[in-house]
Design a protein around this ligand. Structure first.
Ligand code: UDP
Ligand code: LCN
Length: 804
């Protein structure tokens, strides 16, 4: 039985308005119906309402009425001849569903299930409700972890959890303090006991031992090392892990004493962050070409690879320094687990093991995909096609990983849908803390990818991908997002994770509660740009000027079928863009805006680095289509003397110097994507001091402060985007300082917000806190785990298998 919520204020106000002015209500509904489409999005609905407001006979206060509020918050409308159903997002993460009958203007609040039913009926053309369609509902499990309430807390889960944890340990959690002792007793590294030995098993014993240790350590020279005091402390029940020197040992012990005395979230985090918990990490990223050279820009191979390699370097340094400070001389191990591709196309992806440059011990471990008869798959496979291979890949990887590390890792980090699924399976099998990083969730990138999944199934297999996403996001102990909007969007737009709250895939399943963005598992930890590669164009002593000859050869030289177009007027500044040549990146969109804009063509040249110029060289359908489209645009707009298109794969050093070279010439970087989950190129360009114009959809809207450290552009309004880029060049000519102002703010923004050092510090702290949380609440999560296992076996497995 579905319980109907009591209509809230908005519904009451709407009803009052409709009763007082039925003709207006009728006119609004009529305007929506006139669109003659069953599914309308926010802008469609709002534009239709705006038209009513501007009609000559519209009531003066309509634009500030309850209707206005309703349509400001409406994300989706579904309409047939008799009804309109609305999905209303009253605030970030807060959804209500309404329906209005055209006859009699009946307005009522409905359940999410009713809304999804109606959508399904209209999408499939069937009249009845599919009552027995699988429903996925994580709602009943939400009581397992506490939820936040304020939208501004979203993405700061660890702060909330620390408050909650420290409170619970002393309150509702049975034997909370004993669990701390139990947790400390567990710490060991390869058979060597750490933190506490068997003499301490109860809180009272620990408190007594801490008091004795403090008395013993108080008069000692704070610079004495652990070895100087080890035998005395061992006799009291302590093992290595408290600190390298007496000062640190005392400090760590004092944190614990304070914690046992009274709850305090800050002390909790500081204490947990110091514990020697993470010695080895497995980072899973199966798809694409995962390599260190000559891979970026290949299909499915971009920011995720850059992110992980930079992340590994930063994490290794942070892990080593934490272990060192705690008195342990242990070399941390980080393994990036990816797919081995025998036909590696000139990359190193056919090598089973590859050391990661710039680290002491981190390495890439490659495990091949196999078909059901056990044969190795030799060629690259699109990220949309890899689902049938992941189960066997997990099993093979587990074996290889255990052998490589000499035991299970202490933390497993999944990346993107495939890596997060493998991380989930490994985490369940090996009982390890799991962190997810989405990089980009596909659901929001493709319009109605859920509702019309069947039409896209042959190409994208979203049925498998969205099921996998739901499983892994609910399985993860914690999730790292690069921006707030990735989780919960903005006041006007729905977040990537938020879009998994409730949706339907007719004939497959209906999601009633898919994820809760108020879950404290979400944390925003933004990546950076490698500061050794991407630095200001003004740092003259670090510049790689010897690369300019190569850059100029690329810009102006003969490159056969790796280039199209030449730059006739070399004095003009460059508009630069670089991205994988896939549809969402909208590189061809930028070329078209440029082609169409006389103003822009007059003030600047365009440089595009993307994909293959010769479509026949590409193995990826989308890349081939886009390349062909690019050639059409060159022909249609006669761009051959103003646009240079390079199908090259740059090494990192050259890419870094290229951004700076373009900054020298007072150029700009443009990121025109239809949607960009984060946008590392934006951070790289800004770190080089290059003013950026980047899409207002996704991460760049948060990275760039519009008009201050760069500019937002709307990829759906290319003419306006072109206009604002041209206006920037004009203003820079009139006010010579303008370019520099934007450039300086861009540099400042990156230095403050996007650094790998900060990232690594936060990520390791999160791993410790969530590892502890997992330990103290493990029993409670078993129900979710069992539900997820069912979902995997009954839903995902058959879908994935059916693809072969
Ligand atoms: N990149 C590159 N050559 C290309 C395309 C991209 O070197 O032809 C690099 C770029 O410098 C950045 C990454 O690949 O480091 C792309 O990351 P981003 O987050 O911008 O986009 P993604 O490809 O991950 O969607
Ligand atoms: C994937 C994307 O699409 C980008 O937006 C991100 O910057 C990249 O991964 C790194 O997270």
């Amino acid at each position: 039985m579905i319980e109907k919520r009591r209509p809230d204020d908005l519904v009451r106000q709407l009803i009052d308005h409709a009763v007082a002015a039925p003709a207006v209500a009728h006119q609004i509904l009529h305007q929506l119906q006139k669109q003659e489409r069953p599914f309308l999005l926010h802008t469609d609905v709002y534009d239709a309402f705006a038209e009513v407001c501007t009609a000559p006979d519209a009531p003066a206060d309509l634009a500030v009425s309850a209707w206005a509020k309703l349509f400001r918050c409406t994300q989706e409308a579904v309409i047939n001849g008799s009804w309109i159903y609305l999905a209303v997002r009253l605030a970030i993460g807060q959804w209500r569903y309404l329906r209005i009958a055209f006859a009699g203007l009946r307005i009522e609040e409905i359940d999410v299930r009713d809304f999804l039913h109606f959508k399904e009926m209209l999408a499939t053309g069937q009249h009845g409700i599919d009552e027995w369609l699988t429903e996925i509902d994580f709602g009943p499990f939400y009581h397992e972890s506490p939820k936040m309430q304020e939208a501004r807390s979203i993405g700061r889960g660890v702060e909330f959890l620390n408050r909650q944890l420290s409170g619970q340990l002393f309150g509702d959690l049975r034997d909370g303090k004993e669990r701390i002792v139990n947790f400390l007793n567990m710490h060991a590294y390869r058979g060597q006991q750490l933190m506490l030995n068997e003499q301490i098993g109860r809180v009272r014993e620990l408190q007594r031992a801490l008091a004795d240790a403090e008395e013993f350590l108080a008069p000692l020279n704070p610079e004495l090392s652990w070895t100087d005091v080890a035998s005395a402390l061992r006799a009291l029940g302590f093992e290595p892990g408290w600190g390298r020197q007496v000062a640190r040992i005392r400090d760590t012990m004092s944190l614990l004493r304070d914690l046992l005395e009274a709850p305090d979230p800050r002390i909790m985090e500081t204490f947990l962050a110091r514990l020697p918990m993470i010695f080895s990490v497995a980072i899973v990223s199966p798809h694409g070409y995962f390599g260190q050279a000559d891979v970026l820009g290949r299909p499915d191979t971009g920011g995720q690879v850059v992110y992980i390699l930079d992340q590994v370097r930063a994490l290794e340094t942070e892990m080593r320094s934490r272990l060192y400070e705690q008195g342990l001389d242990i070399e941390p191990q980080i393994i990036v687990l990816t797919r081995l591709i025998p036909q590696a196309e000139g990359s190193t992806c056919d090598q089973p093991l590859e050391p990661i440059l710039g680290t002491r011990a981190a390495r890439i471990l490659r495990v091949p995909f196999r078909n059901p008869s056990g044969e190795i798959i030799p060629h690259w496979i699109s990220r949309f096609e890899i689902w049938p291979y992941l189960e066997q890949f997990t099993l093979d990887s587990e074996r290889e990983l255990l052998a490589e590390i000499g035991g299970p890792p202490d933390l497993i980090v999944g990346n993107y849908s495939d890596g997060n699924l493998v991380a989930t399976l490994l985490s369940q099998r090996l009982c390890i803390t799991q962190c997810n990083i989405a990089h980009a969730l596909e659901k929001t990138k493709y319009l109605y990818s859920d509702l019309h999944w069947q039409q896209n199934e042959a190409q994208y297999h979203f049925s498998s991908q969205f099921t996998a996403d739901l499983i892994s996001m609910n399985a993860a102990d914690f999730i790292i997002a690069s921006t707030y909007q990735e989780i919960a969007g903005t006041a006007d737009s729905v977040g990537q994770y938020e879009s998994h709250t409730a949706f339907t895939m007719p004939g497959l399943f209906r999601v009633i509660n898919g994820i809760n963005v108020y879950d404290p598992k979400f944390n925003i930890v933004s990546p950076g740009a490698d500061a050794a590669t991407y630095f200001s164009y003004e740092k003259q002593d670090q510049r790689l000027r010897h690369l300019h000859a190569t850059i100029e050869q690329w810009l102006y030289g003969e490159l056969g079928d790796q280039a199209r177009g030449s730059l006739a007027d070399r004095d003009k500044p460059l508009i630069f863009t670089m991205a994988r040549l896939d549809r969402i990146k909208n590189i061809s969109g930028l070329v078209e805006w440029y082609g169409n804009s006389e103003k822009l063509r007059n003030v600047a040249n365009l440089l595009v680095i993307s994909g293959h110029v010769n479509p026949d060289l590409s193995t990826d359908t989308e890349e081939r289509d886009q390349a062909r489209h690019m050639h059409e645009l060159f022909d249609r707009y006669g761009l051959d003397h103003q646009v240079r298109w390079l199908g090259l794969r740059l090494s990192k050093d050259v890419a870094g110097e290229l951004y700076r070279y373009i900054a020298d010439g007072r150029g700009v970087f443009v990121q025109p994507a239809l949607f960009e989950a984060f946008g590392l190129t934006v951070v790289e360009a800004m770190a080089s001091g290059l003013p950026c114009f980047a899409t207002c959809f996704g991460g760049p809207s948060e990275i760039i402060q519009d008009g201050l450290s760069g500019f937002h552009i709307d990829p759906n309004h290319g003419d306006e985007a072109a206009e604002s880029i041209a206006a920037f060049f004009d203003r820079s000519l009139r006010e010579p300082d303008y370019w520099r102002q934007i450039s300086d703010h861009a540099l400042q923004r990156v230095a403050e917000r996007y650094t790998w050092q900060h990232y690594a510090e936060r990520m390791i702290t999160l791993s410790h806190v969530y590892g502890f949380w997992r330990h103290v609440t493990d029993l409670e999560r078993r129900e979710t785990q069992r539900y997820l296992q069912l979902l995997y076996s009954l839903q995902l497995r058959p879908l994935a298998r059916s693809m072969t």
